[in-house]
Design a protein around this ligand. Sequence first.
Ligand SMILES: NC(=O)c1ccc[n+]([C@@H]2O[C@H](COP(=O)([O-])OP(=O)(O)OC[C@H]3O[C@@H](n4cnc5c(N)ncnc54)[C@H](OP(=O)(O)O)[C@@H]3O)[C@@H](O)[C@H]2O)c1
Length: 322
Amino acid sequence: MGFFSKSFDPVTDLPDLSGKVVLITGGNAGIGYSTVKHLARHGAKVYMAARNKSKAEAAIAQLKAEGLGPGNGEVIWLELDLKDPRNAKKTAEEFMKLEKRLDILIENAAVLVENYAMTPDGVQELVMVNVISHVVLTRSLQPLLDQTAAEPNSDVRIIVVASDGHRFVSGQPRFRNLDELNDELKSSFFPSFARYCMSKLQNMLYASELQRRLTAAGSPITVIPIHPGAVNTFTDKPPLANFKFIIKPIVSLFFVQQDEGAYNSVFAAASEEVAKNREKYKGVYLTPVGKIAEPTKTAKDEELAKELWDTVEKFLQEKGLW
Ligand SMILES: NC(=O)c1ccc[n+]([C@@H]2O[C@H](COP(=O)([O-])OP(=O)(O)OC[C@H]3O[C@@H](n4cnc5c(N)ncnc54)[C@H](OP(=O)(O)O)[C@@H]3O)[C@@H](O)[C@H]2O)c1
């Protein structure tokens, strides 16, 4: 156990999720993988939206090996590469042919700290993956989310895996156009980290704007942006994997293991506490585990959230994806 509170343990604290349908992006690795495991072990049918077939199949085989035995939920791979927003629309359309409900949507996949890269659509890859394609996915799934939310005793939730990294954004960012979304932040001390933090601020703004819009439209859907904590999802991957026996014990002093790193996602997605107090949790920012936290002033800026929404909407309209 790391330095998280022991107050929530999915093994004992999650309800039976039989009959619930979940879609999570990036469930083949890291925090997403463990989120799939916790939810499926409680009976949910989980769609793992991931870009790489062999990685997804290996992850599902690993989940089965770790124990999703008979009587537990199902895990199904759904192809999705978020680099192209058209894929998000296509995946959502395919999903809606497969399922008649969607109870939980978890926007988890992300590009982390990487070199600056541009997509053919003229939006930097990190913003496309972390933000815009998730907007398309959610918007394309909205009819099914609404349909599920209209059913008696339903409890539809959209979880946006953001980060306390949003706290590192300094100054007053603007999102009036694609140039501002594509800012390389070259003058930052650590530009790739600064760009990641900016995308996580955008996750926060998007989640709050989505909640406001859904609530204004009379929807009962709950949107929750979360921070998973400092989670070790890197020592088992190259290039550190070769040295993990040395590095992991040191990293464990500061980072929790990924099974525990999924607790906050799972709390937001499926806990009874949220089910019993839905109004309390609508649009609030949760830090581990299940703690309502104050985001930064910038993350709460409603005008900035609308500015981001409008720029993304305009871009997607031009691409015929809105
Ligand atoms: N780890 C932490 O300490 C921490 C802290 C705060 C917030 N978070 C957030 O937690 C979430 C999960 O992070 P993690 O640490 O678990 O990272 P991770 O282990 O690197 O997992 C990222 C996931 O995103 C997927 N992904 C990346 N690009 C994609 C694309 N183009 N299309 C589809 N899927 C794509 C990856 O798939 P591939 O395997 O195919 O690359 C992988 O499944 C992220 O939103 C991250 O910002 C993490």
